[in-house]
Design a protein around this ligand. Structure first.
Ligand SMILES: [Zn+2]
Length: 293
């Protein structure tokens, strides 16, 4: 099966394949037509080649992939505190199967990263009021889920697809919201255990990530595997200490100011710079399951 995707150079090669063992409905996945459809199909094929080994592992028996797209999970808090960095950790391949939406963390070059989650159709209540450029869902547990940056041509298709699935699963017991999957075997992971109870893969700890970032901003991000983010934060914190806090505290002290003022400056930097990074890193750590090693 993997060979069929990796050897395909053009999406139209795949449309001719009809084999019930293949878990992809190529006719639906590549159904877009009109201006720009060809380029979109090429990008879609590239993404599918990149995630195919993972998809083959993650799919349940008989589960079929009916559509594949991509976007960026949107969180106001992360956007506010991390700016563009939020985009780097929130890019997702969106795999729509007959049972669920699989979300796979990817980078801008379509490389598969750590986080893998699923949203079952039973967990979705309705579409959120349309906001410009966003694809918003209200979940049955009351949470909201927003994705931005979905290719324009895919938005309507996805909306129709999900609408149909919602109607079909309306009477089922509600699902649990967004569920974390083991990044190695795809098994559903409840809570945040140390390792997978299916394949024994060890997981990283969000609390440890938080403590590391409290010790010095950026360390927790390094631990979670977000190296560029960690590097930037280390530089930022070094600047806050070296160019702002320390000179200011030293000047105050050497001019005979009360020591409490210098201590206050140092405490403020610790609370605002270290404290904020601790809080946001821990939050990012709880976004899903990060594999150890
Ligand atoms: Zn596992």
């Amino acid at each position: 099966m993997a060979a069929i995707l990796s050897s395909a150079s053009d999406p139209s090669d795949l449309l001719r394949i009809s084999d019930s063992n293949i878990p992809y409905r190529f006719d639906q996945i590549f159904s877009a037509t009109g201006f720009g459809a060809k380029r979109l199909a090429k990008n879609r094929l590239k993404l599918m080649k990149a995630i195919d080994p993972l998809i083959q592992t993650f799919l349940s028996d008989g589960e079929k992939v009916q559509f594949v797209s991509w976007g960026v999970e949107y969180s106001f808090v992360e956007q506010f505190f991390m700016g563009l960095w939020a985009h780097l950790i929130n890019r997702r391949a969106l795999v729509f199967t007959d049972r669920r939406i699989l979300m796979i963390q990817i980078n801008s070059r379509r490389k598969v990263l750590d986080l893998k989650t699923q949203l079952r159709f039973q967990a979705i209540d309705k579409f959120a009021t349309r906001t410009f450029g966003y694809f918003g869902l209200v979940l049955r547990n009351g949470n909201k889920f927003n994705i931005t940056g979905i290719p324009r041509k895919d938005r309507k298709y996805i909306k129709d697809f999900v609408t149909e699935k919602l109607a079909a699963t309306r009477k089922d017991a509600p699902g649990l919201g967004i569920e974390n999957l083991c990044p190695k075997c795809g098994n559903k992971v409840l809570g945040f255990p140390d390792r997978c109870n299916q394949c024994a893969q060890a997981f990283k700890s969000a609390n440890k990530a938080g403590w590391l970032s409290l010790a010095f901003p950026g360390l927790g991000d390094f631990y979670l595997g977000h190296r560029w983010l960690g590097f930037t934060e280390i530089l930022g914190a070094m600047f806050a200490w070296g160019a702002v806090a320390f000179p200011f505290a030293w000047t105050t002290y050497s001019e005979g100011g009360p020591w409490i003022v210098s201590a206050g400056i140092a405490s403020a930097v610790f609370v605002f710079v270290h404290g904020t990074d601790c809080w946001i890193t821990r939050r990012v750590g709880f976004k899903g399951i990060y594999p150890e090693g």
